[in-house]
Design a protein around this ligand. Structure first.
Ligand code: KG4
Ligand code: ZN
Length: 326
């Protein structure tokens, strides 16, 4: 079963063709990072207008890379939320037009479910029950899955998402946008123990809080206590990863799961991957970096499992900018 995936929830225009939810036939991404970098963050109107320009060429490239014709497709999967309304609308409307023109079924995908399903695009299929930590620019969710499409949210951030915290810390340190990769890079030459930053453990819950560590960093920078950007980056990165790793392992043990999955843009963080693997007795898996950040292959993979479960949407499909998981 070949599915065309379309993703336009934020600042990446992406299209991909995936077979049977596991095999990538093509994966095309047009990034807007440079366009937004000068503003230090995403400008929604700029993002949606750029999607309008990029969406058709990207779909054509994905179809051509997959050597697929419209007749080869079995369905279209498109992100309906969470994300920026104007950006989501571009993808959903193009998906509907293609569905209508070629008589294809369409399914609306939750972007967060998509991030989880990037783990199905690796060498082997994940095993249930599992715990997945979704860490992206907008979310930090700990999710228990007992089967496909079955989500129990065990914890989430009470303030900033992990990626958002990385982006804000990078701005505080003058490291540019997007912050996650910039902090990871700067941290390579830094000493993480040179600056003490607090960790919000929120004991007795599986929730997270990252605004305190960001504010603590800001105060130290304002007070002239952070003399090296590299040290600031290394200390901040460790403070965030320490909490993510410790709490994820605790939840996974508590629920006696078979695997821990990493998902979302922050899942490409090398320290997070390394510490989780080193400290967990439960097997850990994660997608390759290009499948952790926003892409359409993960949307097509998730769409395949939705179609298999009979979840087909009508042409009145709408976007849901504040869509949640579970
Ligand atoms: O999943 P994603 O591409 O988009 C959303 O759905 O939000 O995640 C983007 C986030 C950004 O905040 C970015 O700074 C962060 O992921 N990120 C990283 C790394 N690569 C991307 N954070 C930490 N380390 C990284 N290597
Ligand atoms: Zn995302």
């Amino acid at each position: 079963m070949k599915i065309l995936g379309i993703e336009t929830s934020c600042d990446e225009t992406a299209a991909a063709v995936v077979e049977d939810g596991v095999k990538i036939l093509s994966n095309q991404i047009a990034s807007q990072v440079e366009l937004h970098a000068r503003y230090g963050g995403i400008v929604p109107e700029v993002a949606s207008r750029q999607h309008i320009l990029a969406i058709i060429p990207i779909i054509e490239q994905a179809m051509s890379e997959a050597e697929a014709t419209w007749d080869d497709l079995d369905g279209i999967a498109v992100t309906i939320g969470p994300g920026l309304a104007g950006s989501l609308l571009v993808g959903v409307n193009v998906a509907k037009a293609i569905a209508l023109a070629h008589g294809l079924p369409i399914t609306g995908v939750n972007h967060l479910e998509g991030h989880i399903y990037a783990n199905w695009l690796t060498n082997s299929t994940p095993r249930f029950p599992l715990v997945c930590i979704i860490v992206s620019g907008g979310h930090s969710d700990l999710v228990l899955m007992r089967g496909n499409g079955d989500y129990v949210v065990l914890g989430r951030t009470r303030d900033d998402a992990a990626g958002e915290a990385f982006d804000k810390a990078a701005r505080i340190l003058g490291l540019g946008y997007p912050g996650g990769p910039a902090i990871q890079e700067a941290a390579r030459n830094g000493n993480a123990s040179s600056i003490q930053l607090p960790r919000a453990w929120l004991k007795g819950t599986s929730d997270f809080s990252f605004s305190g560590v960001k504010t603590a960093l800001l105060r130290l920078v304002e007070g002239g206590k952070v003399l090296s950007k590299a040290d600031g980056a290394a200390s901040f990165q460790e403070a965030v990863i320490d909490v993510l790793v410790t709490k994820t392992i605790a939840v996974a043990k508590e629920h006696r799961v078979k695997q821990i999955l990493l998902a979302g843009g922050v899942a490409s963080n090398e320290l997070l991957r390394e510490w989780l693997v080193k400290n967990s007795s439960i097997p850990v898996r994660f997608p390759e970096p290009v499948l952790c950040t926003d892409n359409a292959a993960m949307i097509a993979a998730c769409g395949y499992f939705r179609f298999k479960a009979g979840k087909v949407d009508g042409l009145d499909l709408d976007v849901i900018p504040s869509l949640r998981l579970g």
